[in-house]
Design a protein around this ligand. Structure first.
Ligand SMILES: Nc1ncnc2c1ncn2[C@@H]1O[C@H](COP(=O)(O)OP(=O)(O)OP(=O)(O)O)[C@@H](O)[C@H]1O
Ligand SMILES: [Mg+2]
Length: 304
């Protein structure tokens, strides 16, 4: 791809979802009742869904030598440029094992692989430097601050979206700098509260002195976009069924950027986000029910 509209930084992950009757005591074993492997990771999700919605998109991420060919093909078939997806020798691909028991309690085991030590690597910015918009998700803060400082002058916009890592991977000082280098900050409800705490403010409106736009998703209640011009409230869009909400936030981002790519206004971009998310929650796994642009527009049109 010569120059992508969007370049997404973050995890490319394998997710193993398992269920048990009961968690076993230490030094014993237990049979798994059901197990499935899903392709996911914040950046792989946003990039694959955005590309499926017709957005020229590149993925910038670190994986191990065991990345399944099937995962790579899925991303390529969707149109994702993988030239900045780097394989790091000596590591396996980031993997999460999520185990739940019959009471729906969960234990997760997280293997970060190369993403856990990416701040030791030289930054990769080939596609980001050519992109209109760069979206920065999970991964090491020091790496991303270097990327943001380097590309700030060349891109139209930087979206900052540390997701759940805002709580335990970022700190107030690094968070403030990342916001000040960004054009827009994405978060869900709990992430917004941590962001306000880091910036020492009591409302999203007060954060706008540091970052010009905030896109806050609020689950089934939809989303709110804050700018100095005011607040835009966007409803969620009903799904046929709700099976698994994992990855709905990532799908929202992809729909949002697909709207930006087509020159839509902020409210319309948010509605495209809601519409894209409404598909992903109809199936288990973030990349199992990825819509195309026509399907998203059809579902969004009553609200446009
Ligand atoms: N139950 C639901 N019904 C319809 N739409 C939903 C529902 N839950 C989430 N969504 C859509 O997905 C968007 C993102 O949801 P949410 O705020 O829960 O993100 P999140 O917490 O980042 O999720 P995750 O990180 O698990 O992907 C919402 O703004 C909404 O449009
Ligand atoms: Mg999220």
């Amino acid at each position: 791809m010569s120059s992508p509209f969007l370049c997404v930084y973050g995890h490319t992950n394998l997710d193993h979802i398992m269920s048990l009757e009961e968690f076993p005591p230490k030094n014993t074993s237990v049979n798994i009742l059901e197990k499935r492997r899903y392709f996911g990771g914040t950046a792989a999700n946003v990039a694959t869904i955005a590309a499926s919605l017709g957005v020229p998109t590149a993925l910038a991420s670190f994986v191990g030598t065991d990345l399944p060919m099937e995962f790579k093909r899925l991303m390529e078939r969707s149109g994702v440029d993988l030239s900045d997806l780097k394989t790091v020798d000596g590591y396996e691909t980031p993997t999460v094992w999520i185990v739940s028991d019959s009471r729906h309690d969960q234990i997760a085991f997280v293997y970060q692989g190369p993403m856990g030590v990416m701040d030791r690597f030289e930054i990769v910015t080939d596609m980001a430097e050519k992109a209109d918009h760069v979206h920065i998700m999970t991964g090491r803060p020091d790496y991303y601050l270097k990327v943001m400082r380097k590309i700030k002058g060349t891109v139209k916009g930087i979206g900052f979206d540390p997701a759940q890592e805002i709580h335990h991977v970022w700190d107030a000082e690094r968070f403030r700098e990342a916001c000040s280098l960004s054009g827009y900050f994405f978060c869900n409800q709990s992430e917004l509260l941590t962001a306000q705490r880091y910036l020492g403010v009591a409302s999203p409106e007060e954060m706008l002195d540091v970052v010009p736009m905030i896109v806050n998703t609020i689950g089934s209640k939809g989303s709110v976009i804050y700018t100095k011009e005011g607040k835009v409230e966007i409803p969620a869009i009903g799904s046929k069924t709700i099976i698994d909400t994992t990855g709905c936030g990532d799908a929202y981002r992809a729909g949002f950027y697909a709207g930006l790519f087509r020159g839509l206004d902020l409210r319309e971009c948010g509605i495209m986000g809601s519409a894209a998310a409404s598909f992903v929650i109809e199936q288990r796994g973030s990349l199992t029910n990825v819509p195309n642009w026509d399907a998203v527009v059809e579902r969004a049109s009553p609200l446009l």
